[in-house]
Design a binder for this molecule. Structure first.
Ligand code: LMR
Length: 393
């Protein structure tokens, strides 16, 4: 059965994380997988989540199954959080998924079921797992222009030119905010233009929102996708609780389908449930129980919002400190763009060889495509990281 299988190629991010764990060098710095660390280099359980956990542990009386769509109170809390105030709010149906990645895969399977010859357009470059998920579901993948490696910003003109080719057989995957891997985000004007194109040409927008609150603020980060949800007939949306609730290993996310009307959204949800049943049956409950507990309690919600602001502010300050170090100590403006980028990630513009040197010679783990996770830095790492970057340049 297995004798003809080739040696597997492992996902670049997950294998980097495994290599980092094995590295015994004392000065190693993990800027690979997208995980937030505090000044002590620890990924903390958020205070609101810890309090919710105490409540859940004290009050939970059973471990019986919840349901294929997961916890419906969690689903509603997530819809309230993300889509309240938009016209989509009344015609959205949601399932809880194992992380947003689980939602991406369920939507990929749904697209393949509804319209097997669909092409899914991804940003160039995109999150390393977008293409494998879409392709695993049997979908074709194409890339649209997104990032200009010279200006380190979104090339909106080229993006709109490419997306003008997309029509009713196409799905366009957009990053809700804090683009992975580049950190370069679309302006609200660009969101409006893509929305107009979707309505005029009939492609389906599919938004992957994994980092809401890590860019400018939750409200600002959600503004683009909310505008889109408010103004298109149909849309798919995956929302992750991994980063902004710090629930990584609990695999907590939601897949929201916005339909032309309640019936169509409900039918799509029904099919998503069939697909989930044929895959993992139902999502793990614990993370969703914590998020629901936070979002149903005003006091806990306020604590969570405050913690999210603290993380966002710290990310900004790490970006500023790294830029300042590179600018002042090495007299270079080459990396000033780091300050303009949003969220956890930035692509440094270094070659795969330079990224390999960073790892092999300096024990600094970034992704070979040049991505670093700014949220993996501690303040005390910054001088060493800046020095090492300059040495490989
Ligand atoms: C990342 O891009 O590092 C994260 O989203 C983790 C993952 O699942 O790949």
């Amino acid at each position: 059965m297995f004798s003809h299988l080739p040696t597997p190629t492992l996902d670049t991010i997950i294998s980097l994380s495994a290599a980092y764990k094995k590295d015994t060098r004392a000065n190693k710095v993990d800027l690979g997988i997208g995980v937030y660390k505090n000044s002590d280099g620890v990924t903390p359980i958020m205070r609101a989540v810890q309090q919710a956990q105490d409540i859940v542990v004290a009050s939970q009386t059973t471990k019986a199954y919840v349901g294929i769509a997961g916890c419906e109170e969690f689903n509603q809390s997530m819809v309230d959080l993300v889509l309240k105030g938009t016209s989509a709010y009344e015609r959205v149906a949601t399932i809880q998924t194992p992380g947003a990645s689980g939602g991406l895969r369920m939507f990929a399977d749904l697209i393949h079921f509804a319209q097997p010859d669909t092409t899914v357009w991804l940003t160039n470059p995109s999150y390393v797992n977008h293409a494998p998920i879409m392709e695993a579901a049997g979908l074709r993948v194409k890339y649209y222009a997104y990032f200009n490696p010279v200006t380190k910003t979104v090339d909106t003109e080229a993006m709109l030119r490419d997306l003008a080719q997309a029509g009713p057989n196409d799905v366009v995957l957009l990053h809700g905010c804090c683009h992975n891997p580049t950190g370069a985000d679309m302006s609200l004007d660009a969101w409006q233009s893509v929305t107009e194109l979707a309505q005029a040409n009939g492609f389906m927008p599919f938004v992957d929102a994994a980092y809401l609150g890590f860019g400018d603020s939750y409200e600002q980060d959600a503004a683009g996708l909310r505008f889109m949800a408010d103004n298109v007939d149909e849309m798919m949306l995956t929302v992750s609780c991994s980063k902004n609730f710090g629930l990584y290993r609990e695999r907590t996310g939601a897949a929201m389908v916005i339909g032309k009307n309640v019936t169509e959204a409900g039918n799509a949800k029904g099919k998503l449930q069939n697909l989930a049943r044929a895959s993992y049956t139902m999502p793990p409950d614990h993370g969703a129980a914590l998020v629901k507990t936070v979002l149903q309690d005003d006091k806990l919600t306020a604590i969570w919002q405050q913690e999210l602001v603290e993380m966002q502010q710290r990310l900004l300050s790490l970006r500023q400190t790294l830029c300042r170090e590179l600018r002042n100590t090495y007299n270079t403006a080459q990396f000033d763009f780091i300050e303009q980028h949003k969220g956890m990630f930035t692509v440094l513009g270094l070659s795969p060889q330079q990224m390999t040197r960073l790892r092999e010679e300096f024990a600094i783990y970034g992704v070979t495509d040049g991505r670093i996770n700014v949220a993996g830095l501690t303040e005390s790492d910054i001088p060493y990281v800046a020095e090492s970057i300059m040495k490989v340049c």
